[in-house]
Design a binder for this molecule. Structure first.
Ligand code: E4P
Length: 216
């Protein structure tokens, strides 16, 4: 399973990248706004900076919801760097746009996936990635990981090439479960990635080794 970081924060991207385990970055309008990135030029520059920091795919989301504007936006985003993947919402015009981008050699990440049917449509349109939102499903009382497993099964049976990008990850257990369910990628907040490191027996064991090392 590949690890992406789900943020627009450059310090966090750098910290995850320095671990040597980072395969890419996902952003969305909320994450970009949180960093105070405003205006077309600033947005493009921020994506360029992220692409220069990380050797991997960087999802950049369109801000419009109609076909023509999504195409114009997506073309501009894709021109920023070869690693840019245009993120498109799963709506009617979004599916049309994904098909257009696919036919024109632009890679896409279909976002806001909450059902297997939406994932099938995105895969049929040729999306490079689908992003099922695990945490938001869990928040509403559904089981987000069940959806990852269901999409994995369908994509395997149907031999779709579209990669499953588990998104809206809230904690280390989500990452472990996404790996179990066969997600191709997990996009995570930095805290969830670092949370995988933690175990009290590791801390106790290391303290003892450090103490005993003084006797060597
Ligand atoms: C990533 O592609 C999604 O936009 C993101 O994971 C959503 O996460 P959230 O539900 O924590 O906002």
């Amino acid at each position: 399973m590949k690890f992406f970081i789900d943020t627009g924060n450059l310090a966090q991207i750098k910290e995850a990248n320095d671990l040597g385990i980072l395969d890419g970055v996902t952003t969305n309008p909320s994450l970009m706004a949180k960093e105070g990135i405003k205006g077309e030029d600033a947005i493009a520059q921020h994506y360029k900076t992220i692409c220069e920091l990380v050797d991997g795919d960087v999802s950049a989301e369109v801000l419009s919801t109609d076909f023509d504007t999504m195409i114009e936006e997506g073309k501009k985003l894709a021109a920023i760097h070869p690693n840019i993947v245009v993120k498109v919402p799963i709506i009617k015009d979004g599916i049309k746009a994904i098909k257009w981008f696919t036919d024109n050699g632009i890679r896409t990440n279909c976002t806001l996936i909450f059902s297997a049917g939406q994932a099938i449509l995105a895969a049929k349109a040729g999306a490079s990635y689908v992003s099922p939102f695990v945490g938001r499903l869990d928040d509403g009382g559904w089981d987000g990981m069940d959806l990852i497993g269901q999409i994995r099964h369908i994509f395997d049976v149907q031999q779709y090439d579209t990669e499953i990008l588990a998104a809206s990850i809230r904690n280390p257990l989500h990452i472990i479960k996404a790996a179990e369910q066969g997600a191709d990628i997990c996009t995570c907040p930095l805290d969830s990635i670092l949370g995988l490191l933690k175990h009290p027996l590791t801390d106790i064991g290391l303290a003892k080794f450090i103490e005993d090392a003084k006797k060597m």
